[in-house]
Ligand binder design. Structure first.
Ligand SMILES: Nc1ncnc2c1ncn2[C@@H]1O[C@H](COP(=O)(O)OP(=O)(O)OP(=O)(O)O)[C@@H](O)[C@H]1O
Ligand SMILES: [Mg+2]
Length: 157
């Protein structure tokens, strides 16, 4: 299933979308984010982590590749694979365990490790339009598909 494109006219619109996403069951989901540099991936991930209750600092995992967050509902991992050279780095870091049933995985630049990573439940593709951003969302699993259907029924673009 595929939905959008939806225009996110400013950062506030991204936050509003994230707030709706957070009302759906997110734990255990694997969300992969696509889009060029500056297309708004981190902004959406940050807003989602905030909406899921994280109140502390949210660092961009550009050099560490991944940052963990302990949320009330479970553990979330935020990945940024832009600077990763070889998916073998993920293997060595023991990242395969992070993709367990319960963890929420939010992966920026997933295309860098597409062959290594498991199939995402949901793919979110961002691009620039005028002063804002545009997002298209696609499911990759049955679970992702029901999640996306719920999002479509709750979110008013
Ligand atoms: N919906 C939006 N409308 C307008 N500007 C936005 C929107 N979302 C994010 N931005 C702005 O775009 C810039 C880049 O955002 P962000 O860092 O989230 O992009 P990114 O896709 O994570 O980039 P990178 O690939 O470099 O990590 C920031 O200055 C942010 O404020
Ligand atoms: Mg980013």
């Amino acid at each position: 299933m595929k939905t959008g494109p939806w225009v996110l006219a400013g950062e506030a619109a991204t936050v509003r979308l994230a707030n709706v996403m957070a009302r759906l069951p997110c734990m255990g989901m694997k969300f992969y984010f696509y889009g060029d540099l500056g297309s708004g991936k981190t902004t959406l991930v940050r807003a989602l982590l905030r909406a899921l209750g994280h109140s502390g600092v949210i660092r961009s995992p550009t050099y560490t590749l991944v940052e963990p967050y302990t949320l009330a509902s479970g553990i979330a991992f935020h990945f940024d694979l832009y600077r990763m050279n070889d998916p073998e780095e993920l293997e060595l870091m023991g990242v395969r365990d992070y993709f367990s049933l319960d963890d929420l995985c939010l992966v920026e630049w997933a295309a860098k490790a597409e062959t290594w990573l498991p199939q995402p439940d949901v793919r979110l593709a961002l691009d620039l339009v005028h002063q804002g951003r545009r997002i298209s969302i696609e499911s990759g699993t049955g679970r992702g598909s029901s999640w996306l259907q719920s999002l479509e029924s709750l979110y008013v673009p």
